[in-house]
Design a protein around this ligand. Structure first.
Ligand code: SF4
Length: 415
């Protein structure tokens, strides 16, 4: 199926956030975790502006700023880090897991945070779990920060006894979406449903040969590879966006578990019918509208599939940061063969095509949205789609609405 698609690779200037942005949604999900970025003032500014919503709450992230002396190799960064961590843990005894997050500067000066995490954990006798991962912007996209974070948690997961089975859903989901999926799987007879990341890192789910893994987000490829190493079996499936995606995703997991097709159909019939009905009014607004995705979040392909097949939108160009075939083959098979797929980014070339195409909507990063709006193009921020509750039947209409709203706003401005 996918052989019919034409995929062009581009390399050049990219426009995206770095992996530190993942802290914005990861710190909300894992309530007992604290994220300490070991980086520069630029990293601190990014965190403050990207996650400024925490201004009224005791934040669960901070930046240990590397000074000029650190960067020039004149100071012992490990000593400084030990001091900062000690002060932090003394002030915040509620921290159950501390993530040391590497950045571009800490990677450039080769500060080994994995070893620092081991050393600091050992010095506290295991009272606090300390884990390192990279959120650096060196050649990565912003959603890869979640993948590196979850990959670092895999070795920490307890072993599932060989006589037991579990279904593990990987990729951050809103609590309300998790509850809906758990209920549907329970109704199908799947009683053990776990999530990675969990709501509390202290409750990391077990993994073993009896674990079936299904991804809820398309950017967790390395986490899935690490779970395979722990004996888990990965279920390939499209992602749970829209009625079709959710049906295929639930069915793939249930079939792998051994649930009959009749039982799956009986459980999903009512919520799928409600979702189809709710979606209908947005299909009227979206059908026939032309859309371009600039590569940013890695959600582009599943979202494009949903918008083309369930909302009747016309795909003009579909940019994706990188094509992880392990994650996306099931999605690619559902795309219209005529779609222009671009892997990677050469920003100026892409913007030239965009100005020629002038689609009705452009999905892009925050930094490009305002300039493009000023040129009269209607835009949608891709990062918003990462942390909005948009997966599952109950959210299918909400997902379509997120695309309908900018079009309606533009119509009102034009009238
Ligand atoms: Fe900038 Fe790198 Fe820090 Fe991200 S990690 S804010 S790209 S310096």
């Amino acid at each position: 199926m996918t052989a019919e698609l034409t995929i062009t690779r581009e390399r050049g200037e990219c426009q995206t956030f770095c992996g530190l942005a993942g802290i914005v949604w990861l710190h909300r999900k894992m309530q007992d975790a604290f994220f300490l970025v070991v980086g520069s003032r630029t990293c601190a500014h990014l965190m403050q502006s990207a996650a400024g919503v925490m201004i009224f709450a005791e934040p669960r992230f901070a930046t240990a700023v590397l000074q000029d002396r650190d960067l020039a190799g004149l100071a012992d960064c490990n000593e400084e880090l030990d001091r900062v961590v000690s002060e932090l843990l003394a002030r915040r005894p509620d921290i159950g897991t501390l993530f040391l997050v590497a950045s571009c500067p800490s990677e450039v000066i080769k500060l080994d945070l994995d070893r620092a995490a081991e050393r600091l954990s050992a010095s506290r006798g295991g009272a606090v779990r300390i884990v390192a991962y990279s959120g650096s912007g060196l050649d990565t996209r912003f959603t890869q920060g979640e993948d590196t974070c979850l990959t670092a948690l895999v070795p920490q997961m307890p072993a599932l006894p060989s006589s037991e089975r579990s279904l593990l859903i990987v990729g951050t989901l809103a609590d309300v979406v998790e509850d809906q999926f758990t209920r549907l799987f329970n109704e199908m007879g799947i009683s053990t449903v776990d999530f990675l990341p969990p709501r509390r890192v202290a409750d990391l789910p077990p993994v073993g040969t009896g674990t079936l893994v299904i991804a809820a987000q398309p950017f967790v490829g390395e986490t899935l590879a690490a779970l395979r190493q722990r004996g888990a079996t990965v279920i390939p499936a499209p992602f749970p966006f829209g009625v079709e995606g959710t049906t295929l995703w639930l069915t793939a997991a249930a079939t792998a578990w051994g649930v009959t097709a009749e039982r799956v159909a009986a459980v999903i019939a009512a919520p799928a019918a409600r979702a189809t009905q709710a979606l209908a009014r947005y299909r009227e607004l979206l059908a026939g509208k032309r859309i371009t995705f600039l590569p940013d979040s890695q959600l582009e392909i599943p979202l494009a599939r949903f918008l083309a097949r369930e909302c009747g939108m016309e795909l003009v160009e579909l940019g994706v940061p990188y094509l992880d075939r392990r994650m996306l083959d099931a999605e690619l098979a559902l795309l219209p063969p005529s779609v222009r797929i671009i892997e990677g980014q050469d920003l100026e070339t892409q913007l030239t095509r965009l100005r020629q195409d002038r689609p009705d909507m452009t999905v892009c990063g925050l930094g490009l949205a305002n300039p493009l709006e000023a040129e009269g193009l209607t835009t949608k921020w891709s990062i918003e789609l990462v942390f909005s509750p948009v997966q599952g039947f109950n959210q299918a209409a909400d997902l379509a609405e997120l695309f309908a709203r900018p079009l309606q706003r533009r119509q009102r401005l034009v009238v």
